[in-house]
Design a protein around this ligand. Sequence first.
Ligand code: AMP
Length: 257
Amino acid sequence: MSSRLRILVPVKRVIDYAIKPRINKAQTGIETKGVKFSINPFCDIALEESIRIREKTPEAVESIHAVSIGPLKAQDILRVALAKGADTSTLVETKEEEIVEPLQVAKLLQKVVEKKNSNLVVLGKQAIDDDSNQTGQMLAGLLNWPQATNASKVEVEGDEVYVTREIDGGGEVLKAKLPMVITVDLRLNEPRYASLQNIMKAKKKPLEKIKPQDLGVDQIDSRLEILKVEEPPARHAGVRVENVDQLVAKLKELKVI
Ligand code: AMP
C-alpha cells in the first residue's frame, strides 16, 4: 500500500555562508552582532529536493512542513522556506543565547514528527555553524526509522525510496520503505531563489510559534561545554621558486623531505 508523503524539512538559521566569521572577544564562539544570517545551505538543498519530489509527482505529496528550532529571528528563514514552496511551518522558539545541541534538536524534531504525522524527514547532512553532522542520524535512532545519509539522488516510488549516496570510489544505492530519514549532500541539487511574488504570498502562509515546553521538553540540557574558540594560525607568505631543484632544496631546508 502506498502512503502519500508528509514531508518534514528541518531548517537551521546560521551565519550566512558567504560571511567570514569572526571570533568574539571572550573566545567562546562566533561574533553574531550585526552579522547576516541565512538558511543553512544543506537545509536549502533538503527543501529544494522536497519541492522537486512534489513537482515530479504531485499526487505523491500531501504536505511539506518546514520547522526551525531557534530564536524568534529564525522566523525569517521559515518565511524563505514558505516562499520557496513549503506549505506550512513551525518555529520552536528557544532563547537567543541558548545553544541547542544536535541530540536536543533531534528530540524536539521527534516530537514534531509525531505531531505532524510526518513519514519522511529530509534534513541537511550538516549545519555549517557547528558542522556536527549528527541530527538526522540521531533522529532516525530516536524514531527507530531507516536512514540514508549524504544523499546525492533521491527517487520515490510509492512507499519505497531509493537514495544514492556518494561513497569512496562510487555511488551506493539504498532502498528503504517509508517512514524514513534522509540527509542530503551538496551535489543533490541547486536550490532555487524565491521570487518576489512568492515572498509576498508566503506572508499569508501558516507559521506557528511554539516553545519546547509545548512539545513536552521542559529544559534544553547541554552535554558539551565550549572551552575556547580560536582563529586558525595565520598563514605565512609563500616563497616562489624558479625550478624543481630549487623546490627540492627548499623542502630539504624546511626539513619536510
Ligand atoms: P547538524 O547535525 O547540527 O550538523 O545539522 C544537520 C541538520 O539537522 C541541518 O541541516 C538541519 O536540517 C537539522 N538541524 C540542525 N539544527 C537544527 C535546528 N536548530 N533547527 C532545525 N533544524 C536543525
